[in-house]
Design a binder for this molecule. Structure first.
Ligand code: SF4
Length: 123
């Protein structure tokens, strides 16, 4: 459960997918190129969209933000494997997130996340 601490909006570099880029380019110069693609820019050590303690584009935020603190991999440990339909993904949780353990049942949240992102390309 998000406790609105804002740590993830300052501590992490947010990757931007092609769909995110299309959705957010109306905001202008908000991207920076990293080693493996585009990321959201930071201003004063925080995401360019984080102001007054909150996300100013919450409904349009990047996929990585919607999934946080979960992240998906196409390979990993057996106990991280989740299968929804034909999709098999390894799901991990950022242990730095202060909201861990405060929300709903984690497995149910993961399955819902996977269902909503089933269109992602899997290896
Ligand atoms: S887009 Fe919003 S949720 Fe994502 S890091 Fe920036 S301020 Fe935080």
């Amino acid at each position: 459960m998000c406790i609105r601490c804002g740590k993830c909006c300052s501590n992490l570099d947010v990757p931007v997918t092609y769909e995110d880029e299309k959705r957010l380019k109306e905001y202008g110069d908000v991207f920076t190129r990293g080693k493996i693609g585009l990321y959201l820019k930071k201003v004063g050590g925080r995401c360019v969209f984080f102001r007054d303690g909150q996300c100013t584009i919450y409904n349009k935020r990047p996929e990585a933000c919607k999934r946080y603190p979960f992240y998906f991999r196409c390979f990993g440990d057996d106990d991280a494997l989740f299968c929804v339909g034909d999709v098999r993904l390894y799901v991990y949780i950022d242990p730095e997130c202060s909201g861990i353990g405060r929300g709903e049942n984690v497995e149910r949240v993961i399955v819902e996340l996977l269902k909503s992102t089933i269109k992602i390309r899997c290896c």
